[in-house]
Structure formats: structure tokens, C-alpha cells
Design a protein around this ligand. Structure first.
Ligand SMILES: *Cc1c(COP(=O)(O)O)cnc(C)c1O
Length: 358
């Protein structure tokens, strides 16, 4: 069987050493030594500042919005459900605008158009879908001209750079997920990278019940801290990330070479690297999608119609500025097996079967 995904398995001997440290420290959570070590190492590895570890990628989105004072959002319909539901859970208003037909990322022109039509959202939330950076320059301009905040859901974008600069350095905040199924993981976990130190400081209080350094409570907070056991897993997995990202990028390129003539592959940001977080292909129509899925299944190869349905079809009461491109992409989108335990021979096998099916 070739699995769709297979989580990184942290080296248990290394984990045990860290856990012995935790016992010696007698410090299990609340910004402990391993938490601080992981924070510093991630900031260094990713090339960012103001990185706040949190307990998962969903609360990363929620904490980012609470910290920035977000109340109403214009967002992408083509993402994982949490990109919308995380905010709706805390009563933020979420409306949808269309994606770019080629990159599958939220379209700046569609955003501009929505504001022309009277959209009053104070924040735009855009996902770097499959790790492919959004048109960040266009969003920077929108942010300035319209005085709106930008939050990037960067759950897929671990290790992605535009030129030499981390994609996480764009926008007012970027959020990461360190769920076990992601490229880098702490089993459950995540982070917010803030542009401003002041927002980082505020968020660090908010995720600890709103308790300030002076022990005063000035705001309604939540508990969203990452604990020392999770940090241990992160430290062990981080040691492997150079190899993991290199291997995944190799698989991604092999897929592209084998398939780009016969299926659509999202057009990548021209200055960005790839991290092989996912292997999305878009088939011509739904019938072709079903055909390919079934032939893969017969050959013991997993695949997933991901992301579908689009979020505007899940949250039908949310305002929608038109999502034609998104529906076109959703009809034919398929994610192929992609993970660190796969080989180039596995990729070749998947390619051969898809070619036969088409
Ligand atoms: C995984 C994911 C999330 C949620 O992260 P969790 O850590 O599972 O809460 C949010 N947005 C996107 C785009 C994701 O892929």
C-alpha cells in the first residue's frame, strides 16, 4: 500500500533524553525550558522573529485574530475547514471571495472587487494553499490602501521562502500547524508569527489566561500553551527537517515531471521554493477524478479529494462574493500520496497508474 500521508516518527531514544530533562527540571508546561529552546531554534530555522508556540494550528488562527482585534473577515473558500470555522467559533464574521484559477490561492483582484461592492471586513485571511505562497506583494498593497489587516494561514508553508525571505514575514500575522500530519510536527501544536513585537507580547499573555507578567489580568484570555512533551517532539523532529524537506521536494519535482503534460498542477509562486507538503493535481472534470481515484484504490494507493467541498458550500449562510474559480478547481482536485517515508519508486508507480487511467 502507498499511503496518502505518514507522520514523522520521532527517535524514541532522543525523546527519552528530553523527557528525562523535563523530569529533572520539574517543569512540564507554561513556557518551560524546552518550549523556549524550540522557539529559538524555530525562529532561527525559519528566519523569523516573534514566533509564539501554541497548542494547535486552529488556536493559532484564533489567537492571531484576537490579538489583532479582528471582527470581520474576508477569506478563501479553498482551504481546510479550520481556516473559516476557527474564526466563526469566536463569532467573527467570515465572508468568501474567489481564488486565482491558476495558483488556487485567494485572489487579490477578487478581494479588491469585494471591497468595491461594499465589503467592510477589517481583516483578510489567506491560505498559502499546499505551501504555494499567495501573491503577497498584492496583499501588502491592499493592506496599505484599504487599511486592512492580513492574516496568512501558513499551515502548509513550513520552510517556504520567497527569494531569501520566509513567507511567514508577510502580513500582520502568519499561523502554522504542527499537527502530526504536517511536514513538521509536535503531535498537536502550532505557532503564530507576528510582524510586531507588541502583538507577540500581547498574544503571549492571551494564551495564558490573559495573565500579565505583573500577575494582573487585563484581558479575556484562553489557555493555548504548548507543553514540554510537545516541545521535545518538536526538537527531535526539527533535527530531521533539512533531510525531510529535501526529500519531499525531490518527490514533488518527480511527480511534476511525470504528470505535468497530462494533468493540471497549481502554478507556483515564481520566487518560492517547494516543501512537498502536498501533491495536488487537478483533473479535467469530476468523472475523470472518480476514474483516477478508483484505479489508484484498486492498486492500493490512497488519494484524497482535498479540498472539497469548498468552504462556501459548507458554510452556506456566510456572505459570498462569487467563487466560480474555486468550484472549478474543487470539481477536479486530487491529492496524491506525499510523505517522508515514500520513495521515488513509489512516485513512479503512482505516475504510471495515472497515465494508464488517462
Ligand atoms: C491543518 C490545518 C489547520 C489546523 O491545524 P491544527 O493544528 O490541526 O489545528 C488550519 N489550516 C490549515 C490550512 C490546515 O491545513
Amino acid at each position: 500500500m502507498i499511503a496518502l500521508n505518514s507522520p514523522l516518527k520521532p527517535d524514541l531514544k532522543k525523546i527519552q533524553k528530553y523527557l528525562e530533562q523535563v523530569n529533572d527540571n520539574g517543569w512540564f508546561t507554561n513556557f518551560g525550558p524546552l518550549h523556549n529552546e524550540l522557539t529559538a531554534k524555530l525562529e532561527d530555522y525559519l528566519g523569523v522573529k516573534n514566533l509564539l508556540l501554541v497548542n494547535n494550528g486552529t488556536s493559532a488562527l484564533q489567537v492571531a485574530a484576537k490579538t489583532l482585534g479582528t471582527e470581520s473577515i474576508l477569506s478563501t473558500p479553498f482551504s481546510f475547514v479550520a481556516t473559516a470555522s476557527a474564526f466563526m467559533w469566536q463569532k467573527d464574521d467570515v465572508a468568501f471571495a474567489d481564488i486565482n484559477r491558476n495558483s488556487y490561492n485567494l485572489c487579490p483582484i477578487a478581494i479588491d472587487d469585494a471591497y468595491r461592492k461594499g465589503c467592510k471586513a477589517d481583516t483578510v485571511v489567506a491560505t498559502h494553499v499546499y505551501g504555494n505562497p499567495c501573491d503577497v506583494e498584492a496583499f501588502d498593497e491592499l493592506s496599505e490602501n484599504k487599511n486592512i489587516k492580513i492574516i496568512y494561514d501558513a499551515a502548509h508553508a513550513f520552510g517556504i521562502k520567497i527569494g531569501n525571505d520566509s513567507v511567514l514575514n508577510y502580513g500582520d500575522a502568519s499561523t502554522l500547524s504542527f499537527h502530526a500530519t504536517k511536514v513538521f510536527h509536535t503531535i498537536e501544536g502550532g505557532a503564530v508569527v507576528f510582524k510586531d513585537k507588541a502583538n507577540f507580547d500581547k498574544a503571549k499573555e492571551l494564551i495564558n489566561f490573559g495573565i500579565q507578567a505583573t500577575n494582573e489580568i487585563i484581558d479575556v484570555g484562553i489557555n493555548a500553551k504548548l507543553n514540554e512533551y510537545q516541545a521535545a517532539v518538536g526538537l527531535v523532529n526539527l533535527d530531521e527537517m533539512d533531510n525531510v524537506l529535501h526529500h519531499r521536494a525531490g518527490l514533488f519535482h518527480a511527480y511534476c515531471i511525470g504528470l505535468q503534460e497530462i494533468v493540471e498542477i497549481p502554478s507556483w509562486h515564481p520566487q518560492a521554493n517547494v516543501n512537498g507538503a502536498y501533491m495536488p493535481i487537478k483533473l479535467a472534470n469530476y468523472n475523470q477524478l472518480i476514474k483516477v481515484t478508483e484505479i489508484l484504490k484498486e492498486n492500493n494507493i490512497q488519494s484524497r479529494h482535498y479540498f472539497s467541498p469548498s468552504l462556501d458550500k459548507i458554510f452556506v449562510d456566510n456572505f459570498n462574493y462569487g467563487t466560480v474559480n474555486c468550484h472549478q478547481v474543487c470539481a477536479g482536485i486530487l491529492c496524491l500520496p506525499m510523505h517522508a517515508h515514500m520513495s521515488l519508486a513509489d512516485v513512479a508507480k503512482v505516475i504510471t497508474i495515472i497515465k494508464k487511467a488517462l
